[in-house]
Structures are given as C-alpha cells and as structure tokens.
Design a binder for this molecule. Structure first.
Ligand code: NAD
Length: 489
C-alpha cells in the first residue's frame, strides 16, 4: 500500500512538473495502483473492529505522529498549497498548517478524557446513568480544494481522537496538496486504520458506494446533496460543511476606514476563495461612494499599482473558475478592477455597483475577488433581502448600533456571525463552525471536532435489588388506577 501511494505521489508530482492539468489523467495512475475502495474500507473496518483505536495510548500516539508529520514536513505542505493556489505563506501558515496544528494541539488536551463515560443523574435512585461516547467506526472525510490541507486533516484528526478509523479523500482540484497528503500521511500513521484515497468525480462516485459509518464532507451545496443521497443508502450520518452567499451589511455608523479594511481582508484572503468570505455588500447609497474610494486607496496601499504581480494575492484555482468569475463582471458597473487572465488564473480584486438583486452575480456564491454592492436604505430591508435567499454560512454586520446588530442576530439564521469584522468567528476553537440549512449541517473546530465523531450512547444500569423491584413492578399488567397513581407520582 505504501509503495502504491509512493508511486502515485511521484507520478502526480512528475505530471504536475510536466505541466499536465488534466485531473482525470493525473489520477488514473493513482487509481490503477491502489487497492480497490472496497478493500480499503474493509481493511479500515477490520482495524476498527480489532478495537485498537479505542485505547487512549493508540489515539494519543497517532495524534502525536500527525503532529510530527506537520513539524517535519511543514515546508512541503506550504509548497504544495502554494503550487495549487499560489497561496501566500502568511495565509498558508495562518489558515492551513498553523490552523491544523493548533486544532491538533487542542485535540491532544482532550484525547485522554473524550471517551470516558460521563455519569448523569438518574430518575430512580437505585440506578446509575451514563453517557458513553462511542466512535462511529469507519469515517470518510472528503475535503475541498480552497484550504486543501486543513479541510481534510482537521476533521480526520478529530475522527482519530474520537477512536474511529478514517478514509481521507482530499480534493483533486488541489492536486499538489492531495499528493503531499497521500505521500506523507501513511508514513506517520497506522496504515490499517488510516487511508488516503485520491481521485476525481468518477472515483469519488465509486468511493461513495461503500458503506461508511460517518461521512464528513466539505464542498459545494450541490455535491453535498450527492453525498447525502449516497449516505442515505446506509443511513450513514453526515456532517456537511457547505457554502452559499455570505452577506455583509455596513451602515453609516460604522468606522468606514476600519470596516473597508476588514471587509477587503476577508474578501481577498485566498483571493476570495473562502467559504465564509463576504460575498456581497448591503449598504445605503449615501456611503457607497466613500466605501469605493476607501477601497481604492487601501488596495493601492496594500498591493501597489501592479496587483497581478503582487505575491500577497493567491491565484484562482482553475481556468474554468476564471471563466465563471468573468461571467459576473456584467452584473453591475465595475468601479474597481475588472481585469482577468485565464492563462495565469488571475482575477483582479473587483467592486461592482448598480447591482440588481436578480443579476447573475447574486444568483451564485461568488467564491472569488468580486464584491458586488447592493443598496438598502434601512437595515430591515437588508434583513428581508437576506431572508429571501438560503441560510448563509456566515453573516457580517458593520455597525456601532447594538440594536441593529441584535436585529440581524435575531432575525437571520446563519451558520455563524462576526460583528464588525470578517472570518474571525471561524478562528476561535471555542466556537462551533458549521452551516445551517443549505450552508450545511453539523459543526467542528476545537471540542466540536471530537464531538462530531462520537455517538452518545445512553446507558442505564439497574441491579436486582428486591426493594426497588416492588415499586418497579407497578409497571406490569394488569394496569390499575392505583398503579397509575403510584407511577405518576
Ligand atoms: P471540490 O471540487 O474540491 O469538491 C469537494 C469534494 O467533493 C472533493 O473531495 C471532490 O472530489 C468531491 N466531489 C466533487 N464533485 C463531486 C461529484 N459530482 N460527486 C462526488 N464527489 C464530488 O470543492 P467545491 O465543491 O468546488 O468547493 C467549493 C465549495 O465548498 C464552495 O461552495 C465553498 O463555500 C464550500 N466550502 C465550504 C466550507 C465549509 O467549511 N463550510 C469550506 C470550504 C469550502
């Protein structure tokens, strides 16, 4: 198995260096060399059934091995995400390697205790009641390409901490990172319990035919439905970390200089390819001009005159996404940016005004550096507009008015919210991260990363003591009013 993965990884590397961008070709060799998916899942299941993933020592040792993998190969992973997205080092450290390592450090503090049964109060005094924490079994983790390292490896680490065996399917759209995960993970982790499989849509379709005990999927809402359909066959529980349009409301009371900086930072991180990037702005017409002027000034201050050459901006992951983004430019009047180059996978940070609610850019998740601005004179209209769409993964409100922030919090259902900044609610391990409705189901990060992968089993332990048995006997037929009175007391 290790040899197969090694061969595949070097094959992928060679193809990448050779400039091949055919995902299908890239993974054909991978697929051919690997054991069948059924065999892989069978092995993971046998390893789970052997019971060894339940021991604290084993789980701790595997998590420490994962830590070692990051420590010894940090640069390899940084190079991989750079190759896939030209991700700047600061962004890659903060939201890929560093982010995954921090979550792992947290898991290590919890691994000792997370499977310990928790005693809870009983109804009958003679009973003992517990919540047992059971791993599900074989977990499938499917990652997305935009944060290709952490979106696969943070959930995988949580599943390991919780005592499951895991099959990891990194995104084929970020092939260098997928190859790095496939190459290094098996060198550090138990090869029967933890597997990496690679592939595009045909391979993933095959993989999803297997029976898993839990599926953790990150990606688009459309594919999330495919995953859920596949999971339904075996009633497999799923976490779906999906996307959608994340609204960003700004009003006159906000400190516009700070607000625009924070919004542009949240939007341009990974060149807008972040599931919780502010997707569009809702603001009164009166502040739109100032918003645009400040944005121009800040972009110049951060990136100079030649944004395309600036190393602090990532690239769009694939040419087809450049085409998709270019298709949004006619949805409004371009007041900043607007240039793109398919060959270099570049789309300039762009602001659009005079955008209609029903324009193309407002139908899809933008997932790129294009920021449409829509005008709302009062916050209630903005809330009503958001509520006409699907529930967002994240929402942002820039206002000094507490009652306005409260109105958004109480009237809009979204996965998460940051008030007066962007993205930050996703970076606190004490907060669950996930969507609601079309933006997803389930959550992770910190404590929740373990919790997701544990079934809470209710356990009541009763003895054969004859005294309580007398009272308990009241439940047996023949039923009488006297028994009902006794049992209802
Ligand atoms: P992607 O193309 O990498 O797909 C995600 C996973 O689904 C991959 O493992 C891929 O192989 C698999 N897949 C793709 N098409 C499939 C198909 N037809 N059948 C079976 N499997 C398939 O990523 P994407 O979907 O382009 O990701 C972008 C989306 O993900 C955006 O909507 C973004 O908002 C969302 N996202 C959400 C989060 C979150 O945490 N909620 C994080 C990142 C991205």
């Amino acid at each position: 198995m290790e040899l197969a993965i090694k061969a595949c990884a070097s094959e992928m590397k060679a193809q990448l260096q050779g400039g091949s961008d055919s995902v299908a070709e890239l993974f054909k060799s991978f697929q051919a060399a690997m054991a069948s998916f059924k065999e892989i899942v069978d092995r993971a299941r046998a390893a789970f059934q052997s019971g060894r993933t339940r021991s604290v020592e084993f789980r701790k040792q595997q998590l420490l091995q994962l830590k070692k993998m990051y420590e010894e190969n940090r640069q390899v992973f940084l190079d991989a995400v750079h190759s896939d997205l030209r991700k700047p080092k600061l962004e890659a450290v903060l939201f890929e390697t560093g982010f995954a390592e921090k979550d792992l450090d947290f898991l290590l503090t919890r691994v000792e205790d997370c499977l310990k049964p928790q005693e809870v109060a009983s109804v009958m005094p003679q009973d003992k009641c517990f919540i047992y924490k059971d791993p599900f079994g074989v977990v499938l983790v499917m990652g997305a390409w935009n944060y290709p390292l952490q979106l696969s490896l943070i959930p995988a680490a949580g599943a390991i901490a919780a005592g499951n065996t895991v099959v990891i399917k990194p995104s084929e759209v970020a092939p260098a990172t997928a190859a790095a995960i496939a190459k290094y993970l098996p060198k550090y982790l138990d090869r029967e319990c933890f597997h990496v499989v690679c592939g595009g849509i045909p391979e993933t379709t095959e993989l999803l035919k297997q029976r898993f005990d839990y599926i953790f999927y990150t990606g688009s809402t459309g594919v999330g439905k495919i995953v859920r359909d596949a999971a339904n066959k075996y009633l497999t529980p799923t976490t779906l970390e999906l996307g959608g349009k994340c609204p960003c409301y700004v009003d006159q009371t906000a400190d516009l200089d700070i607000a625009v900086r924070r919004i542009l930072w949240g939007k341009l991180f990974n060149l807008g390819q972040t599931c919780i990037a502010p997707d569009y702005i809702l603001c009164p017409k009166a502040i739109e001009g100032e918003f645009v002027a400040k944005a121009k000034q800040i972009l110049k201050e951060w990136y100079g005159d030649n944004l395309e050459k600036n190393p602090d901006l990532s690239r769009i992951v694939a040419e087809r996404h450049v085409d998709r983004l270019a298709g949004y430019l006619s949805s409004g009047k371009v007041v900043i940016g607007g240039k793109y180059d398919k060959k270099t996978k570049w789309v300039e940070p762009t602001l659009l005004v005079d955008v209609k609610e029903d324009s193309k850019v407002m139908q899809d998740e933008v997932f790129g550096p294009i920021l449409p601005i829509l005008n709302y004179e009062n916050y209630q209209d903005a809330i009503n507009f958001i509520n006409k769409g699907e529930k967002p993964l994240a929402m942002y409100v820039f206002s000094k008015k507490q009652d306005i922030a409260d109105a958004f919090l109480s009237q809009v259902s979204s996965g998460g919210v940051t008030i007066n900044d962007c993205l930050h609610h996703a970076a606190n391990p004490n907060l669950p991260f996930g969507g609601v409705g079309h933006s997803g189901m389930g959550a992770y990060h910190g404590e929740y990363t373990i919790d997701t992968f544990l079934h809470k089993k209710s356990v009541l332990v009763r003895n054969f003591d004859p005294v309580p048995e007398k009272m308990l006997a009241a439940r047996y037929p023949p039923y009488t009013d006297e028994k009902l009175k006794l049992l209802s007391a």
